[in-house]
Design a protein. Structure first.
Length: 262
């Protein structure tokens, strides 16, 4: 038997019919109607997953281009090569971190900070013969102090002197994620992406995408009345004037002055 409830004014609404709600709220329905709508969406999600698998399969079939394995990086013990950054493993994922030379921590790249704060455990990558490393686009001494300020336990190198060769044909000064393969002492580039492609390291946005309000950013296709106050202009990954994750580091007593110490 179908149940009915009374609307304001005396009219009725059946249990399966959406109830009127305030702006910014989804329609309220009963469990059966909710599950029916979710089943339809789930079918699209599964198709999306399968398409992602197909794209990954195509990515594995891309050709590769040889790189100079001796391209110089700078690390904690001085100069090293691109080959050294593999740490003996077969594959390398390199995050090219944007850098603003001479600026304090508060003025460093909020997007790169957002992304690398989420790369917390590397053992799973290592178990599959993959190394993850940050190749910063700025000088080592200054940028490594930012890594220390953030408390990251990531291999961190400066690629500043080799950027033209490492990012040949690409725009220097923006974030890139690049995959490399080692065959003995020879190194090959197998894939690269930038901008939203780098979101692959980001689980926060992926989790937000599951929620009813999503990322709350104006570009999203959301119903009228949904909150969308986070503009995509850098402020969407900042809070009170600095990259969001930095506040806990300041409370821990760390200084965001990255200048050289005497």
């Amino acid at each position: 038997m179908e149940h009915e409830t009374t609307r304001p004014g005396g009219s009725t609404v059946s249990a399966g019919e959406p109830r009127a709600t305030a702006p910014g709220l989804p329609a309220a329905v009963d469990r059966a109607a909710f599950e029916a709508e979710l089943d339809g969406l789930r079918a699209r999600e599964k198709a999306h997953t399968r398409e992602g698998d197909a794209i990954a399969a195509a990515r594995r079939r891309l050709p590769m281009v040889e790189m100079d394995a001796g391209l110089e990086l700078t690390g904690p013990r001085g100069p090293l090569t691109l080959l050294d950054a593999f740490e003996g493993r077969r594959q390398l994922i390199a995050y090219y971190f944007m850098w603003h030379h001479g600026h304090p921590a508060a003025e460093q790249c909020e997007g790169c900070t957002w992304n690398n704060t989420q790369v917390a455990e590397l053992s799973y990558l290592h178990s599959r013969d993959v190394t993850y490393a940050v190749l910063c686009q700025g000088p080592y001494e200054e940028s490594s102090r930012y890594r220390d300020f953030m408390g990251w336990d990531l291999p961190w190198y400066s690629a500043q002197g080799s950027l033209d060769a490492l990012l040949v044909g690409r725009r220097i000064g923006v974030m890139h994620l690049v995959c490399y393969l080692r065959d003995g002492d020879r190194v090959y580039e197998t894939y690269w992406t930038t901008r939203r492609g780098v979101e692959v390291v980001d689980y926060n946005y992926a989790l937000m995408d599951l929620t009813v309000y999503g990322r709350r950013e104006p570009w999203e296709d959301s119903p009228p009345g949904w909150p969308q106050e986070w503009r995509v202009d850098g402020s969407n990954t900042r809070l009170n004037g600095r990259p969001t994750a930095q506040w806990s580091r300041l409370r821990a007593g760390r200084s965001d002055d990255l200048t050289a110490r005497p």
